[in-house]
Design a protein around this ligand. Structure first.
Ligand code: COA
Length: 226
């Protein structure tokens, strides 16, 4: 959503999900903050942890479990999957048929007019998305991440805070790029690959591989199709 978009209603969805390792919460907080800064009204937060029902998150009411989303359909409400774990966002999106997804851009992020952002994608404060970049659906461009010209980012990707992608980098669907990692121009990160924090990627990373270090080396394969 570019700057100047009129206020609209948005529903943030979070879930304490086993596959997320139970860390949940921090990403959702930033997503709510971003929606508010972008001039949206956050009408509800949905979270599967019963202990959170009835509480509030940055002033937004936590109303119940994710399964309650159907109550909000056809009410001019848009949703965001505010969950950092890529596989969990993918799974929930497939379960939430009929949802109108919001695209969130913090007012102090920069997204060039020729860049495209898919539905459900979030771009946090300080992030930069340069000309001709294509970003897929339900992608996280986290705080201060830089995505240089002509990059192509697949669906379900998470670019963690401070990621630096040089020009024409391709990131396959579901890949996770750790905080502060750097990728030199034209390299490809494979589907569902993981790049560790602080890595410097100077060679392509194959699909389903975990890599880290300077320069980044593949350390092991990741099992299982999403
Ligand atoms: C790479 C990563 C995914 C973990 O991979 P892993 O294989 O499970 O790694 P482990 O934690 O088992 O550590 C294995 C070894 O790698 C080292 N290591 C782990 N991550 C590393 C990294 N990013 N860079 C360099 N070395 C790393 C560990 O120190 C350990 O070394 P040792 O065997 O000498 O003790 C994780 O460490 C990481 O970098 N995650 C990114 C987190 C992040 O950026 N989150 C942002 C949220 S916005």
């Amino acid at each position: 959503m570019p700057r100047g978009t009129p206020p609209c209603r948005s529903l943030r969805v979070a879930r304490e999900y086993e596959a997320s390792g139970g860390r949940g919460g921090g990403h959702g907080k930033v997503a709510v903050a971003t929606a508010l800064e972008a001039g949206m009204e956050v009408v509800a937060v949905l979270d599967d942890a019963p202990t959170k029902w009835g509480s509030s998150l940055l002033g937004a009411p936590v109303l119940g479990p994710v399964s309650a989303f159907e109550r909000f359909l056809q009410k001019d409400v848009r949703f965001v999957l505010a969950i950092g774990e890529n596989r969990v966002r993918q799974k929930l999106a497939s379960l939430m048929a009929g949802v109108d997804w919001a695209t969130l851009v913090h007012p102090r992020a920069y997204v060039h007019a020729t860049a495209s952002l898919g539905e459900g994608t979030v771009v946090f404060a300080g992030a930069i998305v340069q000309p001709m970049v294509q970003v897929g659906r339900h992608v996280i461009v986290n705080t201060s991440a830089v995505v240089e010209h002509d990059c192509r980012i697949g669906d379900w990707v998470h670019l963690a805070s401070g990621t630096r992608l040089a020009g024409s980098v391709e990131v396959g669907e579901g890949a996770f790029v750790g905080a502060g990692a750097v990728v030199i121009p034209g390299k490809r990160l494979g589907r569902w690959s993981i790049v560790g924090a602080g890595a410097v990627v100077v060679r392509d990373i194959p699909d389903f591989s975990l890599a880290y270090g300077v320069p980044a080396e593949v350390r092991r394969k990741i099992q299982g199709e999403p």
